[in-house]
Design a protein around this ligand. Structure first.
Ligand SMILES: [Zn+2]
Length: 188
């Protein structure tokens, strides 16, 4: 709940894309899968349903991006960029806005990656694809399943392997082999 409370405070209880003051819920921005303050936006049902089902997209609703594209919040920037990108195929105004938009490099990478919805590859916290043999740093203390130990934030895992589940990688930390959620690592 703490995450949601922080997010509600961030957005002032308004949809972070269209500003609607209605019931909001966190929307995780792909390829991320966990609701965190850094990876999710608070959205109204209208924005959410049109993002999830682009067929139902009402171009006029998305005029709101005129304002929200200037958000300082990365997940909101990513959503705005992707919606403008989709709209720009048909709407000249969306293309103009897209041209004006500026994203930091890692935010731009994140925005571009998520456009491929069916790409199932393990990705680190920045959305960078992880490959066999990569070295990664653990970005937060992680409890080890079935024990009271934790892998400390900052631990380096060298030469990871991939797992069947694309959300996981495997590697050795604290002298033991284990599976690690890819999103809790940063590629070195
Ligand atoms: Zn909205």
């Amino acid at each position: 709940m703490a995450t949601e409370a922080t997010m509600l405070e961030r957005c002032g209880s308004k949809c972070e894309l269209c500003g609607a003051e209605t019931e909001l819920s966190p929307f995780v921005v792909a390829p991320h899968t966990q609701v965190t303050v850094d990876h999710a936006a608070m959205l109204c049902d209208t924005c959410k349903s049109q993002i999830e089902d682009p067929e139902t997209m009402d171009a006029n609703h998305w005029r709101c991006l005129n304002d929200s594209m200037w958000s300082q919040v990365p997940p909101v920037q990513v959503l705005a960029w992707r919606q403008l990108k989709r709209l720009s195929e048909k709407e000249g105004w969306a293309m103009d806005l897209l041209d004006m938009m500026y994203l930091e490099e890692d935010v731009a990478n994140w925005a571009a990656i998520g456009m491929d919805d069916d790409e199932e590859k393990p990705r680190d916290v920045n959305g960078v694809e992880l490959k066999k043999g990569d070295d990664v740093t653990i970005i937060k203390d992680l409890p080890i399943k079935g024990s009271s130990q934790v892998i400390k934030q900052g631990t380096v895992v060298r030469g990871i392997s991939l797992a069947d589940d694309p959300k996981l990688v495997s590697g050795k930390a604290n002298g033991q082999s284990m599976y690690i959620i890819a999103e809790y690592t940063r590629k070195k």
